[in-house]
Design a protein around this ligand. Structure first.
Ligand SMILES: *[C@@H]1O[C@H](CO)[C@@H](O)[C@H](O)[C@H]1NC(C)=O
Ligand SMILES: *[C@@H]1O[C@H](CO)[C@@H](O)[C@H](O)[C@H]1NC(C)=O
Ligand SMILES: *[C@@H]1O[C@H](CO)[C@@H](O)[C@H](O)[C@H]1NC(C)=O
Ligand SMILES: *[C@@H]1O[C@H](CO)[C@@H](O)[C@H](O)[C@H]1NC(C)=O
Ligand SMILES: *[C@@H]1O[C@H](CO)[C@@H](O)[C@H](O)[C@H]1NC(C)=O
Ligand SMILES: *[C@@H]1O[C@H](CO)[C@@H](O)[C@H](O)[C@H]1NC(C)=O
Ligand SMILES: *[C@@H]1O[C@H](CO)[C@@H](O)[C@H](O)[C@H]1NC(C)=O
Ligand SMILES: *[C@@H]1O[C@H](CO)[C@@H](O)[C@H](O)[C@H]1NC(C)=O
Ligand SMILES: *[C@@H]1O[C@H](CO)[C@@H](O)[C@H](O)[C@H]1NC(C)=O
Ligand SMILES: *[C@@H]1O[C@H](CO)[C@@H](O)[C@H](O)[C@H]1NC(C)=O
Ligand SMILES: *[C@@H]1O[C@H](CO)[C@@H](O)[C@H](O)[C@H]1NC(C)=O
Ligand SMILES: *[C@@H]1O[C@H](CO)[C@@H](O)[C@H](O)[C@H]1NC(C)=O
Ligand SMILES: [Cu+2]
Length: 585
């Protein structure tokens, strides 16, 4: 064996020690793991509301499997599509830094995983994120039943910015149809009108009292409702996720209150409340102290919050909160206590909750803004297409738009693939406008009855951003066809919510209301019906990222747009090539 000169030998020794040091550090501190799952997606027959229903589900479970990872881990999910439908899965709220290929929205970041055992492996790193997120199908209405929790634990055990809770529970809120959701969507598109409402709400996949026309009653302990058993004096972290397709929800637990500590996996300043308000796509982490009479049983209840003026649809469901050791075995003499819910149209309570959260900041708000946009959005109409056989020719087909562009998915290639090829021609155009083409009284009372601003047209337009640009977007709801709260979800980024309010945004009056100190950070903002919200983010993640209404009733109508973020100047700012099994059309 050749002898090394001593300096070189020392040098090598130093490298070895250094590597060892890194390995030990990695092991002790980061201990990054690979969290690997296989999702077999296919038909599942379940019983709900006294009837058998075939749904699309993952691994024969509804809700689907919970994924738990720690900050720093790599998540690998092998998806096998055994369902009869095109499929893709989105990891809602995961930043997907340099892994846009794994984001999941159908025809935006990928073509669908085809039926008859098509496969795709989603692979992404969890970097700098802690809290509650979730995953769901991002094609058609399949997310009605294809969803589950995605829990990101801190890298170091229990290093929360609040006292470590004694236990935790995931509360997935959803909606239930007693027909195929694919048929519900198909019918809505043929009619050019809103889809049928669900027939019940669910908590962790189960329908309790108050749901589905009262099939269960409140004095019996129904085995079909979710039950959480707690111990008196202990504090629990409730990870609440709104997986409902189309409705924002109020959530309460009788005789218990909450301290909100995070929203959309971003820590918040502690916020005390007895009601949680949560829009589709959003999550809320709330501490709940079990400090009520342990001899009683309590309902937790979810109820529709309806922001649309004059709407009448409302629904509710319950789950049980019981105290150990007796829990559900206890005598049923005393009725289970029901929380007093807000009125289904209590926008004051909803808006108060949404606007009261502030962020527990790890990094500051960008103060310099490179690009400012004013984006109006809401419902409108396009002339019925010939294929829309059930469409009302007088009214036209309901459409939704942003800056008067009704977003249309491409059909031949995903936006991301076209972006990577540098050949958007025929797939998308780069002319999404920074401002609405016409300024008008967006939220005026007369707007709901004024048809002159209703007409919109379809297009696949993106807004192109330079790497690392800071972007501020004024999200301005319109009252055309009715003012309604739309939860807008941005993929690939968390954004700061600087301000929100009713009416038309007015820079002169509202810029001074910006919270640049501790604004909440979110991935989904519930923009007030007939109002506005201002968001700001740094475009430091190359790829194509959709921003859309998280009401599935509005997404196929076109309430969406996409940001195309260019690569940066350094290798760590360049989107790597797609994985070998990337689905193409
Ligand atoms: C799955 O369910 C759908 C809808 O009920 C049905 O059309 C299809 O044949 C089923 N597929 C399989 C493989 O069972
Ligand atoms: C994810 O983490 C792994 C392991 O640290 C690393 O090798 C890989 O480059 C990361 N991927 C991306 C897209 O950053
Ligand atoms: C679904 O539920 C609704 C409301 O309870 C009921 O009117 C309808 O008949 C049910 N449809 C099916 C197919 O069971
Ligand atoms: C939607 O509701 C209407 C009216 O109740 C009913 O006729 C129709 O069959 C429903 N559509 C689906 C897909 O269930
Ligand atoms: C409630 O459930 C109990 C026990 O199953 C039953 O005896 C009672 O008739 C039910 N009441 C109603 C109103 O359905
Ligand atoms: C529960 O709350 C209600 C309404 O605030 C109150 O009247 C009742 O006494 C409470 N019950 C218990 C067991 O704490
Ligand atoms: C709500 O109903 C009232 C009374 O019918 C009507 O005056 C008002 O214009 C309606 N509002 C909307 C936004 O449709
Ligand atoms: C809420 O609905 C009720 C009954 O439908 C109605 O009387 C009331 O005016 C509505 N409140 C608001 C704030 O729209
Ligand atoms: C179409 O809409 C118009 C205007 O609201 C209404 O008068 C008409 O009855 C509708 N036609 C059908 C077939 O529903
Ligand atoms: C929106 O676009 C349509 C179709 O191009 C046009 O007729 C309409 O005037 C535009 N409306 C607004 C408010 O810009
Ligand atoms: C991104 O922009 C910030 C200031 O806005 C700057 O400090 C940073 O160096 C930039 N990063 C890159 C990689 O360009
Ligand atoms: C499924 O995806 C393929 C490839 O994009 C497409 O050609 C086909 O029309 C889709 N099928 C349905 C039912 O949407
Ligand atoms: Cu919407």
């Amino acid at each position: 064996m050749a002898r090394l000169p001593s300096t070189a030998a020392n040098f090598h020794l130093a490298i070895v020690l250094c590597l060892l040091h890194h390995l030990i550090n990695d092991y002790l501190l980061a201990d990054a793991a690979i969290v690997e799952h296989t999702f077999h997606v296919g038909n599942l027959s379940v019983q709900r509301l006294g009837q058998s229903q075939v749904i699309t589900a993952v691994n024969g479970q509804f809700p689907g499997p919970k994924i738990e990872a720690r900050d720093g881990d790599t998540v690998v999910v092998h998806v096998v599509n055994l369902s009869p439908y095109n499929l893709s899965i989105h990891w809602h709220g995961i930043l997907q830094r340099l892994s846009c290929w794994a984001d999941g929205p159908n025809m935006v970041s990928q073509c669908p995983i085809r039926p008859a055992a098509g496969t795709y492996t989603y692979r992404f790193n969890v970097t700098g994120q802690e809290g509650t997120l979730w995953w769901h199908a991002h094609v058609s209405f399949l997310r009605a039943t294809v969803y589950g929790a995605l829990i990101l634990h801190p890298a170091a055990p229990s290093s929360y910015p609040f006292p470590t809770p004694h236990g935790e529970a995931t509360i997935l809120l959803g909606e239930w149809w007693n027909v195929s959701v694919v048929d519900v969507e198909r019918q809505a598109l043929l009619m050019g009108a809103g889809p049928n409402n669900s027939v019940a709400l669910t908590i962790n996949g189960l329908i309790g009292a108050g749901g589905g026309g009262g099939s269960e009653n409140s004095s019996s302990s129904s085995s079909s409702q979710y039950e959480l058993a707690v111990q008196r004096g202990r504090t629990y972290l409730l990870r609440i996720i709104n997986a409902a397709l189309n409705y924002e929800l109020f959530f309460k637990v009788a005789n218990h209150s909450f301290t909100v500590v995070a929203a959309d996996a971003c820590y918040t300043d502690p916020y005390h409340t007895d009601v949680i308000v949560i829009a589709p796509g959003q999550t809320v982490d709330a501490l709940m102290r079990a400090d009520a009479d342990p001899g009683r049983r309590y309902y937790m209840a979810a109820q529709v919050y309806q922001s649309l003026a004059n709407a009448t649809y409302s629904a509710a469901t319950t789950a049980l909160l019981t105290y150990l050791p007796d829990a559900s075995g206890s005598d049923d003499e005393q009725p289970t206590l029901m929380p007093t819910m807000p009125a289904f149209n209590d926008s004051a309570t909803a808006q108060s909750f949404y606007a009261s959260l502030t962020g527990l900041l790890q990094d500051g708000v960008p103060l310099h803004v490179d690009t400012r946009m004013l984006v109006t959005f809401g419902l409108g109409a396009t002339p019925c297409a010939s294929a829309q056989t059930l469409c009302n020719r007088t009214l036209g087909s309901v459409a939704a738009s942003m800056n008067n562009v009704s977003f249309q998915l491409p059909t031949t290639m995903s936006l991301l693939e076209a972006h990577m090829r540098g050949a958007p021609d025929g797939v998308y155009t780069r002319d999404f406008p920074d401002r609405p083409p016409v300024m008008f009284d967006f939220t005026g009372d007369a707007m709901a009855a004024n048809r002159s601003f209703m007409l919109t047209s379809k297009g696949t337009k993106v807004k192109t951003l330079r790497y690392n640009e800071t972007v501020e977007v004024v999200l301005q709801n319109t009252a055309v066809l009715g003012a309604e709260n739309h939860p807008l979800h941005l993929h690939g980024f968390n954004f700061f919510v600087l301000a929100q309010g009713p009416g038309n945004f007015n820079a002169h009056r509202h810029v001074r209301k910006y919270n640049l100190v501790n604004p909440q950070q979110r991935n989904t903002v519930a923009v007030p019906g007939g109002g506005w919200a201002v968001i700001r983010f740094t475009a430091d993640n190359p790829g194509v990222w959709i921003m859309h209404c998280h009401l599935d009733a509005h997404l196929p109508f076109g309430l969406a747009m996409a940001f195309e973020v260019e690569d940066g100047p350094t290798p760590d700012a360049v989107l790597p090539p797609p994985p070998p099994d990337y689905p193409r059309c």
